[in-house]
Write a protein that binds this ligand. Structure first.
Ligand SMILES: NC(=O)C1=CN([C@@H]2O[C@H](COP(=O)(O)OP(=O)(O)OC[C@H]3O[C@@H](n4cnc5c(N)ncnc54)[C@H](OP(=O)(O)O)[C@@H]3O)[C@@H](O)[C@H]2O)C=CC1
Ligand SMILES: CC(=O)[C@@H](O)[C@H](O)COP(=O)(O)O
Ligand SMILES: [Mn+2]
Length: 381
């Protein structure tokens, strides 16, 4: 299988490279796409010998000139990523850019009917309807990579879809799960990115701390599995060993368990059957001891209350929810706002946006830009 990896230089991209290298007989790199991290890209190119390297940032591409292994060609810009994602030489695209910036190249792969491993949840939150409709039209196989959604996929496989009564995503609760809410305004970006169980990029780590991640994942599940909000819920599970559960009409609940390491869902997306060796540590439940669960407290995590409103509204709300969060999350990481301002900024932006149906990509970008502008205004007010 010839792979194009979008976001190759990131956390998911590097875990994908690890799985590819474990199975050189099955996977080769057609194209690796990064943004600014030319040093990481050089290391990956020397390991995987792709036919193409693309840096969406032109300066980063310049820094790579003359350094890539022979046989690897260099391009720059998002258009090159869009083109290579749809190229006939690409069999599978791993969609692991961060944010709605990843939508154009991922959608290009979907429209070209590729197998798409979807880590980039922001694509579905921003344009779920258009994205899934495009997949139905092209025959693209969209396979979840997000750990909870990969778990749901496994718990649904071979079972009657109409018998599903509830899909339950687990949430670690992030680094501030047990912290006094009165102290949350003072937490630092360093504390927020220190996830207790997963080693991830900075943006998603902050999303886990605010629980925006779980809110985005409920919307992601809605589109991936075609479920109404009533059939979707989340439960706190501090150990991140059970990734999701699917409850059936007869009261049976199927769960998927694995150690928290993204190479497992990545390997499953790359080849579900027969299963691939992924390199993750074996789960030893006797060593783990106990698995704990408790209800999500929406007062501690207001993002989880907001998403209920968003899921029951039209798609403009979902676009604004994501875009405002991207702006506020970055502002927090840049120390321009406090941690507690992240979700309150999203809430304020939502209160300024009409709930309207969205039918085209042009409309998607209009709502996305409007919400970004509003979020900047809220932050600088
Ligand atoms: N990490 C994880 O365990 C999980 C991640 N996900 C999702 O996967 C996606 C990637 O997450 P993660 O790997 O953690 O993120 P990282 O921050 O580690 O990596 C992000 C990748 O996107 C690239 N990138 C950043 N900005 C842009 C841009 N404007 N245009 C094009 N490319 C860009 C980066 O390039 P560069 O570094 O070269 O600048 C990098 O390759 C996110 O949507 C996240 O929610 C989902 C489940 C788990
Ligand atoms: C690994 C993965 O899929 C992340 O989305 C992870 O779930 C984040 O953990 P929490 O959002 O549950 O803290
Ligand atoms: Mn997840």
């Amino acid at each position: 299988m010839r792979m194009t990896v979008l976001g190759a230089t990131g956390s998911i991209g590097c875990s994908t490279a690890d799985v590819m290298q474990r199975h050189p007989d099955k996977f080769t790199a057609f194209a690796l796409v990064g943004h600014q991290n030319d040093e990481k890209m050089l290391e990956l190119a020397n390991r995987l010998h792709p036919e193409w390297v693309v840096m969406t940032d032109a300066d980063a591409a310049k820094r790579l000139q003359g350094k890539l292994p022979s046989g690897t060609r260099l391009e720059f810009g998002m258009d090159a990523a869009i083109e290579l994602s749809a190229a006939s030489e690409t069999d599978m695209v791993m969609a692991a850019m961060v944010g709605s910036a990843g939508l154009p190249a991922t959608l290009s792969a979907v429209k070209a009917g590729k197998r798409v491993g979807l880590a980039n949840k922001e694509c579905l939150v921003t344009a779920g309807n258009i994205f899934m409709q495009s997949a139905r039209e092209s025959g693209a196989d969209v396979v979840p990579v997000d750990s909870e959604h990969a778990a749901v996929h496994q718990c649904m496989h071979g079972h009657d879809y109409d018998s599903i009564t509830q899909v339950i995503l687990t949430a670690s609760g992030g680094p501030f799960r047990d912290r006094d809410p009165a102290t949350l305004h003072a937490v630092t970006p360093e504390e927020a990115v220190a996830h207790p169980n997963w080693d991830m990029g900075a943006k998603i780590s902050v999303d886990s701390a605010t629980m925006m991640n779980k809110a985005l994942e409920l919307i992601e599940a809605r589109w991936l599995f075609g479920l109404t909000p009533e059939k979707l819920s989340a439960v706190i599970h501090p150990e991140s060993i059970v990734h999701a559960m699917v409850e059936y009409r007869d009261g049976s609940v199927l769960a998927q368990l694995a150690m928290p390491d993204m190479r497992m869902p990545i390997a499953y997306a790359m080849q579900a059957e027969p299963r691939l060796e992924s390199g993750i540590p074996w789960l030893d439940l006797a060593k783990t001891g106990s698995l704990n669960f408790k209800a999500v407290n929406n007062e501690r995590f207001p993002a989880m209350a907001l998403v209920q409103h968003v899921m029951r509204g039209e798609d403009s709300l979902s676009i604004a929810f994501n875009a405002a969060n991207e702006v506020a999350n970055a502002a927090f990481r840049n120390r321009n706002i406090r941690f507690t301002d992240v979700v309150s900024t999203v809430e304020k932006v939502l209160s300024m946006v009409d709930s309207a149906a969205v039918g085209t990509l042009d409309e998607v970008w209009l709502y996305d830009e409007q919400a970004r502008r509003l979020a900047e205004e809220v932050i600088s007010a």
